[in-house]
Design a protein around this ligand. Structure first.
Ligand SMILES: Nc1ncnc2c1ncn2[C@@H]1O[C@H](COP(=O)(O)OP(=O)(O)OP(=O)(O)O)[C@@H](O)[C@H]1O
Ligand SMILES: [Mg+2]
Length: 358
């Protein structure tokens, strides 16, 4: 990832929804226009990002914490950590939130293909890069972290570690960095003998950002179990946002699951003209949980695949068999036999809520 690609992704329009059609209209289509229509419908369904009460809350918490850092006294600020089991949707959530932050900061300039620029008070025109996104590689140490950071801006990456660190200071000012997001922080190598230095480096970068009101967001799998959370100085500054798969163990969990499915229904039902309202949030709710264990990525894929089968087979609704046919993720395949007994989800009338396209 670099600043140009980030800008490009922020300005890319989301895929337009296809026009909903009646069964009669669908059946009257020529083969070629039907193929085109179904391909568009499938790509659009695969591009949807679903919201749950928990993801909405997490986005709000991120916004509030970043705002607190912006307005509190200068100095080292809170470090924000987003932690969850693997594949829950951490990166997706933080990326969509950060892209929204980016669009808000650069406003109309998002429509230009060039990265926006600003005039510094010393008369230099520089790229304005308010959001930095780093994807850490396996066993990263300080040098790898610095190199990723410099590469994001297209700067040379040669030199001693302390020179690279000094460049980071200048870059934060020169490019008006407001938000540094470090994804896959669990890959930081905190087990080797220099682990202390890596942690100190993170704290140092946070101080550099904090002096300018900027925030660091660490995203990673099960960070609670790692050295970042155990370090006393770091722990004192950490504000953790925990995510998990949707659970149906409590009445609140069941209500949230149904609310999520109801919001998905609002989006996809116009494209399933033979399906009845309540088909996902009521009829299929327990089965959908059993097949996905509440992982949004698995849910999104399963619904898109089942809706595609419904179109190919001209049924235009989602039947039980359509949900059992798509190939599940390895994790879901592994868990499903143990969950054969469908969990009892009370099917009350679902609440409605919005889901959003990315
Ligand atoms: N809200 C969502 N709606 C639909 N699909 C989602 C949503 N969140 C995540 N996904 C999908 O789920 C899959 C996993 O998401 P993501 O990579 O964000 O998870 P992660 O927690 O960062 O995983 P990892 O632990 O591997 O870093 C991706 O295919 C993603 O597109
Ligand atoms: Mg991730």
């Amino acid at each position: 990832m670099d600043a140009r690609l980030w800008h490009e992704q922020a300005r890319t329009e989301t895929l337009a929804a296809p026009t909903p059609k009646t069964i009669a209209q669908l059946r009257a289509m020529s083969t070629s226009s039907r193929t085109r229509y179904l391909s568009h419908r499938r790509r659009w369904m695969r591009s949807l990002h679903f919201d749950t009460p928990a993801t909405r809350q997490a986005r709000q918490a991120l916004t509030d914490l970043v705002e607190d850092n912006l307005t509190s006294m200068p100095g080292a600020k809170d470090v924000i950590a987003v932690t969850a089991p693997f594949a829950v949707g951490k990166s997706t959530l933080v990326r969509t939130w950060a892209q929204e932050q980016y669009r808000q900061i650069i406003e109309d300039r998002v429509h230009h293909s060039q990265v926006p620029t600003w005039n510094s008070n010393v008369g230099v025109v520089a790229d304005e890069v308010p959001v930095v996104w780093l994807d850490l590689g396996a066993a990263s140490k300080i040098r790898a972290f610095n190199i990723q950071f410099l590469q994001y801006f297209g700067y040379p990456i040669g030199g001693a570690i302390h020179d690279l660190t000094a460049r980071i200071h200048r870059i934060v000012d020169a490019h008006r960095v407001r938000l540094l997001i470090v994804d896959d922080t669990n890959l930081l190598n905190l087990r080797h003998k220099d682990a202390r230095d890596v942690l100190d480096h993170l704290k140092h970068v946070n101080t550099v950002l904090g002096q300018r009101g900027a925030s660091m967001v660490l995203v990673g799998a099960d960070l609670e179990d790692g050295a970042i959370f155990q370090d006393p100085q770091m722990a004192g500054r950490l504000r953790a946002i925990r995510l998990g798969p949707c659970s149906i163990d409590t009445p609140t969990g069941v209500a949230a699951w149904q609310e999520t499915l109801a919001s998905i229904e609002n989006l996809v039902l116009p494209y399933l003209p033979a399906a009845r309202p309540g088909i996902l949030a009521g009829h299929h709710a327990p089965r959908l949980w059993r097949l996905t264990q509440g992982y949004l990525g698995d849910l999104a894929r399963l619904i898109a695949e089942a809706a595609y089968i419904a179109a190919r087979e001209d049924t235009w609704t989602i039947r039980i068999a359509d949900l059992e046919r798509p190939q599940l993720s390895r994790r879901a395949q592994h868990a499903t036999p143990r969950l054969r007994e469908t969990r009892a989800v009370k099917t009350t009338k679902p609440a409605t809520a919005e889901a959003h396209a990315p």
